[in-house]
Design a binder for this molecule. Structure first.
Ligand SMILES: CC[C@@H](C(=O)O)C(=O)SCCNC(=O)CCNC(=O)[C@H](O)C(C)(C)COP(=O)(O)OP(=O)(O)OC[C@H]1O[C@@H](n2cnc3c(N)ncnc32)[C@H](O)[C@@H]1OP(=O)(O)O
Length: 293
């Protein structure tokens, strides 16, 4: 079985492992998957549109407001692995069915894995899955309707952008649950907003509406609550990922490198990604077309 935890990027003369995962860790994560897949309930589906290059991942666990069960974590992981192989994709929307995003980890699944070792293992598995999502060469957006709570808020944070319906609620409730973030969003929040703002959001564990999320810079767009919010989100995302897939994918890959690597390594990758496009079909066409910007 291919190990998806190694995301190697060739940088000048070195091989940089973006995730820091070792093969031993990889075996442990596979063990976590074996345990989690038996904690069933709900489903995660993928819809890839080859024409637009936009894929939609939908969480569906209707009885539990789209809480993420163990088997859903495994399905999400398989989907991210599949998207890593999608060469023509440009965009990704992560959403929930039934007009709500996700009420967090499934508390029934968690009831079966309450030891610190099991928590460590589950956190490694889903944390790596969400890091892999964030590092896909696709521009990603979480479409948040209804609630994004606890692990649900963490999943939304793993996307590049967040679009919210005007009735949506967003909260890192982890502190109220007697824990801290376990899917990687604590680190993402600190890197995005700095220590003070991240501490305030996490330590207050407060519920934020769409307007507050937009003011904070967590949400990039608020859409009116409606039946066609997914179509509106696709149109919004299209603004960022129209054009040549190679250009969009290299642009995103450059941003991923810059947020993970040293200045020197990131510059080396930016140069390589740029040179792959230089003299290519889109570049030559633009050169000849006397564009006015
Ligand atoms: C490491 C991840 C971990 C963490 O970081 O802490 C987590 O994510 S832990 C989970 C954190 N989330 C919660 O605690 C959510 C608790 N639920 C709620 O606050 C509310 O249910 C809701 C999501 C705001 C929805 O409220 P409402 O619209 O009033 O519906 P109900 O409350 O009646 O819910 C319907 C049904 O769904 C069950 N449910 C909801 N969330 C979960 C969940 N996370 N896991 C399991 N089940 C969940 C809820 O118990 C109801 O069940 P029934 O009573 O059997 O109908």
């Amino acid at each position: 079985m291919a190990c998806s935890y190694f995301q190697f990027v060739r940088s000048s003369h070195r091989l940089v492992n973006l995730t820091g995962f070792t093969r031993r860790n990889c075996t442990k994560v596979h063990k976590a998957q074996d345990t989690l897949k038996h904690m069933t309930g709900g489903s995660v589906t993928l819809d890839k549109d080859e024409k637009s290059g936009i894929a939609v991942i939908s969480l569906d666990n209707n009885k539990k407001k789209n809480a993420l069960s163990g088997s859903m974590m495994c399905e999400l992981n398989d989907i991210i692995n599949e998207l890593q192989l999608w060469q023509t994709g440009k965009g990704l929307i992560l959403r929930g069915e039934n007009q709500t995003f996700c009420s967090g980890g499934d508390l029934d699944t968690f009831q079966n894995i309450l030891s610190p070792e099991q928590g460590y293992s589950m956190s490694g598995f889903i944390g790596q899955c969400l890091t892999n999502l964030s590092q896909l060469p696709l521009i990603s957006v979480a479409l948040v309707e209804g609630n994004a709570l606890g692990g649900g808020a963490e999943m939304a944070m793993s996307c590049d952008f967040m679009v919210m319906s005007d009735d949506a609620r967003f909260a890192f409730v982890q502190k109220k649950m007697g824990v801290i973030t376990g899917f990687g969003a604590g680190t993402r929040l600190v890197r995005k907003f700095g220590t003070l703002k991240a501490l305030e959001i996490l330590a207050s564990a407060r519920t934020m509406d769409a307007t507050e999320c937009e003011q904070l810079g967590l949400a990039s767009k608020i859409l009116p609550h409606s039946e066609n919010v997914l179509d509106l989100t696709k149109s919004w995302l299209h603004n960022y990922c129209d054009g040549d897939p190679k250009v969009v994918r290299n642009l995103k890959a450059m941003v991923v490198a810059a947020s993970n690597l040293s200045l020197e390594d990131s510059h080396a990758i930016e140069r390589r990604l740029f040179s792959e496009l230089w003299g290519g079909e889109s570049h030559l066409k633009a050169q000849k077309s006397k564009l006015k910007h």
